[in-house]
Design a protein around this ligand. Structure first.
Ligand code: ZN
Length: 283
């Protein structure tokens, strides 16, 4: 298996994964979406809410705010010694107190932003301070306590560490120069501008942008262009919500996938040794 990094930014990682099949690539993608834990607000204690939003709506909006996640210092509530009763090892409390006492000149309301949440842990804070939560008219007040916990995307999408996580096959475009009449129809048809016509003939540019639509192939009356792909090479795009770095998401997903494979191997060994045969017979 080979990995080649194509692009790396603070929230985005694009890489090529070679020598794996589609089932592995898809398992890897699904683990990144659904199994890598992040922090999200799970319980909200409303002390006062005279805003126009119902308490439930306010709690829902708070739940969807991505929070920076520290996977080394915290554990999932179900794995915590406290039994998931919100101890400092499995939860972080954020408080929010805002009142529209004074109204500014520009408008008739005060906006409560994610940055108004005060966390008891400086490492577990909203990824962006400018996510609007609610507008307060003059005299309205919101006071609440929000409890954030680690969770997994398979339970609720608010715990997904990725905004997008996708893969596609790497395109292979074959040009038969002797068949090509340089009519330029394929160049016109390509929605991603992969092809360019120059003096020497057709040129392929930015091949990784190809979406394998085969419009060029369909347009060509001379069979001079053929689009195919290698089904053991994948181009992955992992875009983080900001809760974890994209590299961390990928590394954690590898760990989780490895753990699943090892657990499966152990189960198989137990069956082979006959220890589980009773259970499977009864089922
Ligand atoms: Zn706990």
């Amino acid at each position: 298996m080979n990995v080649q990094i194509l692009e790396k930014t603070q929230d985005m990682l694009r890489f090529i994964l070679e020598d794996v099949d589609a089932s592995f690539a898809n398992a890897f993608r699904r683990v990144m979406i659904a199994e890598v834990p992040t922090f999200a607000i799970e319980d909200v204690i409303i002390i006062e809410n005279t805003s126009a939003l119902y308490d439930e709506l306010l709690a829902h909006r708070l739940g969807l705010i991505p929070l920076k996640t520290d996977l080394e210092s915290f554990v999932l509530p179900q794995d915590c010694g406290c039994g998931g009763t919100n101890c400092p090892r499995c939860s972080v409390t954020l408080t929010l107190v805002k009142e529209a006492k004074e109204i500014d000149n520009q408008g008739d309301s005060v906006i409560v932003y994610s940055g108004d949440l005060v966390s008891q842990d400086p490492e577990v804070v909203p990824v962006n301070d400018l996510i609007p939560i609610v507008k307060l008219a003059k005299g309205q007040r919101t006071e609440l306590e929000a409890i954030a916990q680690l969770g997994k995307g398979k339970v609720h999408a608010k715990w997904q560490p990725v905004a997008t996580c996708s893969y596609k096959y790497i395109p292979i475009i074959d040009l038969k120069k002797q068949e090509c009449t340089e009519c330029g129809d394929c160049v016109e048809s390509c929605p991603k501008s992969i092809l360019r016509l120059e003096e020497g003939g057709l040129i392929i540019q930015n091949m990784l942008d190809c979406i394998l639509c085969k419009l060029c192939e369909d347009t060509c009356d001379f069979n001079a262009i053929k689009v195919r792909w290698d089904n053991r090479i994948f181009a992955f795009s992992v875009e983080s919500t900001g809760a974890l770095s994209p590299e961390k998401i990928v590394k954690k997903a590898v760990e989780i996938l490895q753990g699943k494979a090892e657990a499966f191997k152990e189960e198989i060994e137990l069956i082979q040794e006959g220890e589980k045969s009773e259970i499977y017979r009864s089922n």
